[in-house]
Ligand binder design. Sequence first.
Ligand SMILES: C[S@@+](CC[C@H](N)C(=O)[O-])C[C@H]1O[C@@H](n2cnc3c(N)ncnc32)[C@H](O)[C@@H]1O
Length: 212
Amino acid sequence: MEEAFWQDRWKKQQIGFHEAAPNPLLTAHFKALDIFAHAAVFVPLCGKTLDIDWLLACGHPVVGVEFHEAAIQEVFARLELVPEISEVAGLTRYHAGDLTLYCGDFFSLRRGHLPSVGAVFDRAALVAVAPAQRQAYVDHIRLLSDEAPILLVSFDYDPSLKAGPPFSVSGAEIDRLMRGIMTRGVLQSTPITSPPKAVGHGVEEVHLLRRQ
Ligand SMILES: C[S@@+](CC[C@H](N)C(=O)[O-])C[C@H]1O[C@@H](n2cnc3c(N)ncnc32)[C@H](O)[C@@H]1O
């Protein structure tokens, strides 16, 4: 979606996607990634998620990217971290300790902006991207993370029932987007209970993607 769409959502505080606690699917399934103790985790389209705090508390450096600067500032304030702020290729980089958050467009991030990434955690990110940008988004994730394993939370519902975001992204669509380069396993598939509840019969799924 366009940046203006998201800035407007933040301005109006229409942020039903934000959760008051670390995402339970992250905390339940993170171990399945089987990454090194201090491997960095990339959290694209991170908002101000408490998943960041949980990953840091587990000992993992975190890199994220988000359009909305106040969300980034809120994360640092919440963690009582005072960031160094610098401009990097059109993005604003906030950094303190094990946390680096870039303010700006995900598509402006370059491989060199990230450390070696052990895993990607994608919740409410792929499903937030407009369908026309989805392939570019996935290709860019793979490039930025050197095809590190991905823990991906998606929604699969009848798209005729609701206009996204969040968009419905089926397992078959994820396989197509991964171009056969990453294998996919479903760790959990449960009826949707969090937004967007309105879609009725959909499922929220946790996928583990690995380089073949
Ligand atoms: C649905 S929210 C999910 C946030 C977070 N992952 C969570 O679970 O709370 C999507 C976020 O991505 C941000 N966003 C969308 N497209 C972006 C882009 N191209 N670059 C940077 N941020 C983007 C939006 O501002 C919004 O905060």
